[in-house]
Design a protein around this ligand. Sequence first.
Ligand SMILES: [Zn+2]
Length: 243
Amino acid sequence: MRGLAAGELLSAWESGRGLGRLEQPVAALCAWMPERSPDEVARLPIGDREALLLQLHAATFGPYLQGIAHCPACGQAVEFTLAVDVLPAVPDHDSSPAMRRLEKDGYVLEYRPPDTGDLVAVSSSHYASSARAQLVRRCSRVLVCPEGGSRDELPDAVLGALDVEIAKLQPAGDIEVGLSCPDCATAWNAALDVGSFVWEEIVIEARRLVFEVDRLARGYGWHEADILAMTPTRRRTYLEMVD
Ligand SMILES: [Zn+2]
């Protein structure tokens, strides 16, 4: 699978700069998958989106994610390395956002996994519980409500069952990394925000590319497009000579 070319990476970085944290990964995927429209990418279920971003990462930056988390007990920075191929892949089932059905405790619901647009819509909510309730309202519809039940406030057991079904459909939507602190031996699970992780790598690489173009354009008078079209090896060799 091909990675983001230098020019595509810079375009992704440029178009994502003014966007919010939740939408930046969409800009990265749009540059990588020009055959899909931005609207189509924004409507990908979050789990599919994250799995595609992991593929983009592996093809562009290599097969490992290297990051840092902080120990919740003592604050110590803990480095971790994860192989992309042990993380959930793009589901091979049909993950189109068609409505699915759930029956629990007399309730019958239709639901679909959330997409980027849903997350953006509920992100202004200040309380996690309220954001969750809004997300459930956007992504599900109560078809049958038992006597004495409420359509507006679903019981925790029903919400829990909905979470379980969506997690099963979308294993890459909620990745946790098991970590332990070398200083105080605390063990914990850290949530991996794949979108922000990949976006951060794109920003670092884009800044490096802009720096390289700047040096080579000044040194040789070459145009940006010609410099970006070179293989990284050739670009770096010229850079060493210019320096
Ligand atoms: Zn610690």
